[in-house]
Design a binder for this molecule. Structure first.
Ligand code: HXC
Length: 258
């Protein structure tokens, strides 16, 4: 796949998507978001892929939505064109696991895009923030909703209202990211985690992702019921037979294509 603002690569069962507008610190514009949607859709549909890694450059995951592109938008432009729902939310429809590997700035829409990944691994130089208020807008891609669900109301209000930026250590402490590694190790760490996931039965990884996401959309009772149905349905998959029998036979399971 060839793109203008992305570099994509496949390593084994892992697809790597790199945001690539280095001169603008990967500011997210329409073309890049269209391309990202296209790449995500294709990898999600590809049976040879078990996990996707989304990353940026060493200096920036993404420094936000493209302010130069947005500055003269009118309300009618944004409403009529359904900005940003139109091409920012493809990532939410991806059913396979997506790891965000964040180095440098993840600000505004960049932080929101990162939060749409399933989990985040950060380089020790990563910086997160929602500085939209400084350019006179609210977050528009879930920042006011996903941030408090992830780090709690007080921290989220602090970041959203003061526009302050936090470093990787603080992001890990408050649960925004799952791991922090030295910057030069970021990609290796993320690709290894992705390969581990891709070696699991993809159908079951997809069920787990589905169930965890349900936790944010429903009551505990409904969520646990949903999980139980998925658990029961797992007994209809070849992965369950292979996984449990491999354990009993004291051998490694073979989940290829499952
Ligand atoms: C467009 C951007 C950009 C952005 C950086 N650039 N962020 N262009 N949109 N969001 C461009 C700069 O204009 C500059 O281009 C080049 O990238 C390098 O940036 P500098 O500012 O020179 O770098 P530095 O001094 O190191 O500062 C880095 C920075 C700063 C702290 C990240 O660039 C910054 O504050 N950026 C804006 C962050 C922000 O406000 N994000 C939220 C945007 S609103 P030139 O051509 O001058 O070299 C948003 C709304 C989302 O995201 C709502 C949902 C869609």
């Amino acid at each position: 796949m060839q793109y203008e603002d992305l570099i994509v690569d496949v390593q084994g069962k892992v697809a790597l998507i790199r945001l690539n507008r280095p001169k603008a610190l990967n500011a997210l514009n329409d073309r890049m978001m269209d391309e990202l949607g296209d790449a995500l859709r294709k990898f999600d549909a590809d049976p040879a892929i078990g996990c996707i890694v989304l990353t940026g450059s060493e200096r920036a995951f993404a420094a936000g939505a493209d302010i130069a592109a947005m500055a003269d938008y009118t309300y009618v432009d944004t409403y009529r064109d359904n900005y940003i729902t139109r091409n920012w939310e493809h990532i939410l429809r991806v059913r396979k696991p997506v790891i965000g590997a964040v180095a440098g700035y993840a600000l505004g829409g960049g932080c929101e895009l990162a939060m749409m990944c399933d989990f985040l691994i950060a380089a020790d130089n990563a910086k997160f923030g929602q500085p939209e208020i400084k350019v006179g807008v609210t977050p528009g891609a879930g920042g006011t909703q996903r941030l408090p669900r992830t780090i709690g109301k007080s921290k989220a209000m602090d970041l959203l209202l003061t526009a302050r930026t936090i470093d990787a250590a603080e992001a890990e402490r408050i649960g925004l990211v799952s791991r922090v590694v030295p910057a030069e190790m970021l990609l290796e760490e993320a690709m290894t985690a992705a390969a581990t996931i891709a070696d699991m039965p993809t159908s079951v990884a997809m069920m787990i992702k589905d169930a965890v996401n349900r936790a944010f959309e429903t009551t505990l009772t409904e969520g646990v019921n949903y999980e139980r149905r998925l658990f029961q349905s797992a007994f209809g998959t070849p992965a369950q037979k292979e996984g449990m029998h491999a354990f009993l036979e004291k051998r490694l399971p073979k989940f290829d294509g499952l």
